[in-house]
Design a binder for this molecule. Structure first.
Ligand code: BES
Ligand code: ZN
Length: 869
C-alpha cells in the first residue's frame, strides 16, 4: 500500500490508475500444508501515458526463492523487496516477470491468503489477501486473465479446484497429480481462489437461457455432502432468477461452490469458485433451522449474483465497495422477495437497519457509504456499506420505477462489462436511462448519518385547510459536522373519517406524484384545501426511505391506522410503533399497551393472515432498536421494561396463544414449504410467550422431547435455557451429546448459553472458554460464544461491574494476534459506548483504554482509535 500523504490513511482523492497493467497471470502451485511454493509468470505492460515508472507489486511476508525478468535472473541491484512491496526499476517495455515464493498455509491463522482448514487447503483473497500468496498488483483495477496449475499429493488432495474452466489434469508419477484451470475473463486478484483436498460433491448440469451447458457443483468434506443438496438448488434458482429478472447469464462451463468449516466471513464470490462458510451451505431438517435454510438461499444468491455485480463489472478501488456490495444486497433481497414473502423480507431488512445500521450510523464508527479515506479496508465491510448501500439503490428504484431501473442496470452492465467501475459510472448509466439529474441523489453516498424527518400536521377546522410541514435533518457524525439535504422519496397517504383515502394531490413546494413527495430541501410544506375533517396521515409505506420519522400520533390515531392499513409491512410497522410508545412514550404508554394488546388479539384470531407474519408482529422491537431511539441507554431499565411488557401481553393473550399453538401442530411437524415454515414460526413465537407464564415450562419441555426438526428443537431449548426452566440442564446435556460431532450445531447451543438474559451468563461464557468446546482459531465458534454475548446479551455484556466489557476486550486482544478481522468485528460491539449511562460508560472506556498498545494489527488499532477518538 502506498501512502502518499504519510498520515496513515488511503485517500479516495489520491487515486491514480496503475502505471503497469498485468495482462496475464500464470501460476503454478506445489501444494503442501507446511510449505507451498508458488511460481508466477506475470505479463506486464506499461501505461504509455505514464512512462518511467518502476514496477511495484504487493507481496506480504513472502519468502522469495527466485526472480527473473524476461528469462534473466535479477540480482540484488535489479529489485528490492521490503516484506510488503517488490520494486523493479522501470524495464522500459512490456515484459515478463517470473518469481517463485514459499508460503506456509498451516501457520496461517488469519485465514487470509492460502490457509488450511481441517484437511483442506483454501484461499480467501478479498480485499488484500492475494499478496500473501504471491506478488501481484493487488488492486481491483488490475485484471489479468489467469491460468492456474495445481500440483499436490493425490491421496491427500484428490480434488484440485481453481477459478474458471478446467483445462486438463494428469498424474505426475510420484503419487502427485496436477490440474490446470483457465479463467478467460479479466479478473482482479481479490477474486482469485483455489480449493484442494478430499471433497465430495452434489452436481447438476443445466442449459442456460443463452444455450451454454453449465455444470453446477457444491463441494464439502465427504461426510457433509448430503447436506449440500439444498444449497445446490439455491444456486440453480439464483442463476434462473438473474436470467429472468436482470437478463444476466452465467459465463463459464462450471460453477463450483466449496463449504469450509474455518472461514472468517459468510461467503466469497471468487470467479467460478465461490468459497463459503459451511454454515451457509450445510443443511437438513435435523441440523438446520428454517432461518438457516432461508439464510443459505440468500447468501448463495448473493455470491452468485456478484458474478455480474462485482466480477464482470468490478471496482476501480476499494472506496467503491458499496458499488458491488450494496448493489448485490439489493439484488439478493429482490431475489428472496420474488421467491418468498416480500413483506416478511422487508420486515427482516428493516429490523436489521433499525437495530444495527442506524446504531452504526449514529456511533463512533459512522462513515459514508462511500468513505473518502480509510486506514484498513477490512474494517469497512459494514452494515452501512452493505445495508444502507442497498437502501440507496432501493431509493433510486422507487424514484425511477422498475422499468427505468432495469434499463439503467442494462446500461450499466453494457457500458462497464470487463471494466473496473466507480459509483459515478453507476449513476451515469441510471441518469442516462432515466433522464434524471442524480447529482443531489449522489449525496446519499457521501454523507454519513441517518436522516430524520420531523412532520408537523396543522388543520384549520374553519377553512378545512390541512398542512404538513416536513423538516429534514441529518445529525453530525465523526468528521462531518455539517449536512446537506438529501433527495428523499416520502410516501404518504391521507385517510378521511370513513377510512377512505383522500387522493386529491396537495399544493406543494416539492415534486409530488401518486402518494409520494420528492423531498429535496430542508423544509417542505404540503397543503390540502377545504377538507371536510381532520384527516389521518400515514408515511413511508414499505419503508421506502431509510429515515427516522418523527410524527406525533395519538394512541387513537395509531389504533385507527392499525385497522386501516392493509399492507402487511405497514401493519407490522404500526405495531412496532405502538410497542415503542408503550415502552418509551411515557405519557400514553398505558393506552398504547392496551391498544397493542387489542390489535394483537385480532391478529392472533385472524387465521387468514400468514402465521409467519403474525409471528413477526409478536416479536417486539429488540433491545438494539429501542436503544437506538433513546438519548441515553439505561440497559437494565430498557430490558426490564421490555420484559414487563412481554409478560403483560402474554397474560392478555394466553388462550389465543394456546389455541394457535395447538392448531398449527400438524402443519408444523416437518417440511420446508412456506406454510410449514410459517406454522413453525408462529408456534415458536407462541411458545416463547407461553413459557413466560409457566415456571415449569412444560410445553417447552414437551416440544423439545417430541421435536423432529431443528427449528422446533432449538426454539424449545432456547425457552428452557432463557427462562431457566427446571428441565434446562437435562435438555442442554442431551442436545450437546446428540450433536457433539457437528460444529455448526454445537455453535447453536453455545450461542443460546451466551445469550441467556442474565448477568450470570458471563460465568457460563468463561466456563465455556475454559472447556474443550472453545476454539479461538475458528471464527464461527468465536462468534457463537463471544459475538453473541457482546451483541445479543445486553444484561451480560453490560454488567454493572464492567466484567462483561473486560472479558470481551481481553479476548479481543488475544484474538487480534490470531485473526485480526474476527477481533476487530468483536470490538465493534463498543460502537455506541458513549451513549450508555455513566455507570456503564466508565467501565467501557476503561476496558477500551486497557487495549491501547495491546493490538498488533492495523485492523484493531484503526478501530480502537476511532472508538476512543
Ligand atoms: N465479498 C464478500 C465477502 C467478503 C467480505 C470478503 C469481507 C472479504 C471481506 C461477500 O460477497 C459477502 O458480502 N459476504 C457476506 C454475506 C452476504 C450475504 C452479505 C458475508 O460474508 O458476510
Ligand atoms: Zn458481497
Amino acid at each position: 500500500m502506498s501512502l502518499s500523504r504519510g498520515d496513515g490513511f488511503v485517500h479516495l482523492a489520491d487515486y491514480r490508475a496503475p502505471a503497469w497493467r498485468v495482462l496475464h497471470a500464470g501460476l503454478v502451485f506445489e501444494l503442501d500444508p507446511a510449505a507451498t511454493t508458488v511460481e508466477s509468470v506475470l505479463s506486464l505492460e506499461p501505461d504509455p501515458a505514464r512512462p518511467g515508472q518502476p514496477v511495484t507489486l504487493d507481496g506480504e511476508g513472502l519468502e522469495l526463492l527466485a526472480i527473473e525478468l524476461d528469462g534473466r535472473a535479477l540480482g540484488g541491484d535489479g529489485y528490492a523487496y521490503d516484506g510488503h512491496q517488490l520494486t523493479i526499476l522501470d524495464p522500459g517495455r512490456a515484459c515478463e516477470l517470473r518469481t517463485r515464493v514459499r508460503i506456509h498455509p498451516d501457520a496461517n491463522t488469519r485465514l487470509e491468503g492460502l490457509y488450511q482448514s481441517g484437511r483442506l487447503l483454501l484461499t480467501q483473497c478479498e480485499a488484500q489477501g492475494f499478496r500473501r500468496i504471491t506478488f501481484m498488483a493487488d488492486r481491483p483495477d488490475v485484471m489479468p486473465r489467469w491460468r492456474i496449475t495445481l500440483r499436490a499429493a493425490r491421496d491427500a488432495f484428490p480434488v484440485l479446484l481453481a477459478n474458471g474452466n478446467p483445462v486438463s489434469s494428469r498424474g505426475l508419477g510420484d503419487g502427485r497429480h496436477e490440474a490446470v484451470w483457465e479463467n478467460p475473463h479479466p479478473t482482479p486478484a481479490y477474486l482469485f481462489a483455489i480449493a484442494a483436498g478430499e471433497l465430495g460433491r452434489v452436481t447438476k448440469t443445466l442449459r442456460t437461457a443463452e444455450g451454454r451447458e453449465v455444470e453446477l457443483n457444491v463441494w464439502a468434506e465427504p461426510g457433509d455432502v448430503e447436506r449440500c443438496r439444498y444449497a445446490l438448488g439455491a444456486v440453480e434458482r439464483s442463476l434462473r432468477w438473474d436470467e429472468r429478472r436482470f437478463g444476466r447469464g452465467y459465463d463459464l462451463d462450471v460453477f463450483n461452490v466449496v463449504a469450509a468449516q474455518d472461514f472468517t466471513m459468510g461467503a466469497m464470490e471468487n470467479k467460478g469458485l465461490n468459497i463459503f462458510n459451511a454454515r451457509y451451505i450445510l443443511a437438513d431438517e435435523a441440523t438446520a433451522t428454517d432461518a438457516d435454510f432461508l439464510a443459505i438461499e440468500s447468501v448463495v444468491a448473493h455470491e452468485y449474483l456478484h458474478n455480474w455485480s462485482g466480477n464482470r463489472v468490478t471496482l476501480r478501488d476499494w472506496f467503491q465497495l458499496s458499488l458491488k456490495e450494496g448493489l448485490t444486497v439489493f439484488r439478493d433481497t429482490e431475489f428472496s422477495s420474488d421467491l418468498h414473502s416480500r413483506a416478511l423480507k422487508r420486515i427482516e431488512v428493516v429490523r436489521l437497519l433499525r437495530g444495527r445500521q442506524f446504531a452504526e450510523d449514529a456511533g463512533a464508527l459512522a462513515h459514508p457509504v462511500r468513505p473518502d479515506r480509510y486506514k484498513e479496508i477490512s474494517n469497512f465491510y459494514t452494515l452501512t456499506i452493505y445495508e444502507k448501500g442497498a437502501e440507496i439503490i432501493r431509493v433510486l428504484h422507487t424514484l425511477v420505477g422498475e422499468d427505468t431501473f432495469r434499463a439503467g442496470m442494462d446500461r450499466y452492465f453494457a457500458d462497464n462489462d470487463g471494466k473496473a467501475a466507480t459509483l459515478e459510472d453507476f449513476l451515469a448509466a441510471h441518469a442516462a436511462a432515466s433522464g434524471r439529474d442524480l447529482a443531489q441523489f449522489a449525496r446519499w453516498y457521501a454523507q454519513a448519518g441517518t436522516p430524520e424527518l420531523a412532520i408537523r400536521a396543522d388543520f384549520d377546522a374553519a377553512s378545512g385547510d390541512y398542512t404538513l410541514t416536513i423538516d429534514q435533518h441529518t445529525p453530525a457524525t465523526p468528521g462531518q459536522p455539517e449536512k446537506q439535504p438529501l433527495l428523499i422519496p416520502l410516501r404518504f397517504a391521507l385517510y378521511d373519517a370513513d377510512g377512505g383515502e383522500i387522493t386529491t394531490p396537495p399544493e406543494a413546494d416539492a415534486v409530488v406524484r401518486e402518494g409520494m413527495a420528492e423531498l429535496t430541501a430542508a423544509r417542505h410544506v404540503l397543503r390540502w384545501r377545504g377538507l371536510r375533517g381532520r384527516p389521518l396521515p400515514a408515511f413511508n409505506h414499505g419503508f421506502a426511505a431509510p429515515v427516522k420519522l418523527q410524527v406525533d400520533y395519538s394512541v387513537d390515531e395509531l389504533a385507527r391506522l392499525a385497522r386501516l392499513e392493509r399492507d402487511a409491512f405497514n401493519r407490522w410497522d404500526l405495531l412496532q410503533r405502538l410497542a415503542t410508545d408503550a415502552l418509551l412514550g411515557a405519557a400514553h404508554a398505558e393506552a398504547a399497551t392496551q391498544t397493542l394488546s387489542d390489535v394483537l388479539a385480532d391478529l392472533l384470531e385472524d387465521t387468514s393472515a400468514d402465521p409467519a407474519f403474525v409471528a413477526e408482529c409478536l416479536a417486539l422491537p429488540d433491545f438494539d432498536t429501542l436503544a437506538e431511539q433513546v438519548d441515553e441507554v439505561d440497559v437494565e431499565a430498557l430490558v426490564g421494561r421490555r420484559e414487563e411488557l412481554l409478560d403483560r401481553l402474554a397474560e392478555d393473550q394466553v388462550e389465543r396463544l394456546q389455541s394457535r399453538y395447538e392448531a398449527l401442530a400438524d402443519v408444523a411437524a416437518g417440511g420446508l414449504d412456506g406454510p410449514e415454515m410459517s406454522a413453525r414460526a408462529l408456534r415458536n413465537a407462541c411458545l416463547s410467550w407461553l413459557t413466560r407464564l409457566d415456571p415449569q415450562a412444560a410445553l417447552a419441555e414437551a416440544q423439545f422431547a417430541a421435536a423432529n426438526t431443528m427449528t422446533a428443537r432449538l426454539a424449545a431449548l432456547r425457552c428452557l435455557l432463557h427462562f431457566q426452566a427446571p428441565g434446562a440442564e437435562a435438555a442442554l446435556a442431551a442436545f450437546q451429546q446428540q450433536f457433539r460431532h457437528d460444529p455448526l450445531v454445537t455453535d447453536k447451543w453455545i450461542a443460546l448459553v451466551a445469550t441467556r438474559p442474565h448477568p450470570e451468563a458471563l460465568a457460563d461464557v468463561e466456563a465455556l472458554m475454559a472447556s474443550n468446546w472453545w476454539k479461538a482459531t475458528n471464527p464461527n465458534r468465536v462468534r457463537a460464544l463471544l459475538g453473541s454475548f457482546a451483541r445479543s446479551n445486553p444484561l451480560g455484556f453490560h454488567r454493572r461491574d464492567g466484567a462483561g466489557y473486560r472479558l470481551v476486550a481481553t479476548q479481543v486482544a488475544s484474538l487480534d494476534a490470531i485473526n485480526p478481522q474476527v477481533a476487530a468485528r468483536l470490538l465493534g460491539a463498543f460502537e455506541s459506548w458513549r451513549r450508555w449511562t455513566a455507570p456503564h460508560r466508565g467501565p467501557a472506556r476503561e476496558a477500551l483504554a486497557a487495549l491501547e498498545g495491546k493490538l498488533g494489527s492495523p485492523d484493531g488499532r484503526d478501530l480502537l482509535e476511532r472508538l476512543l477518538g
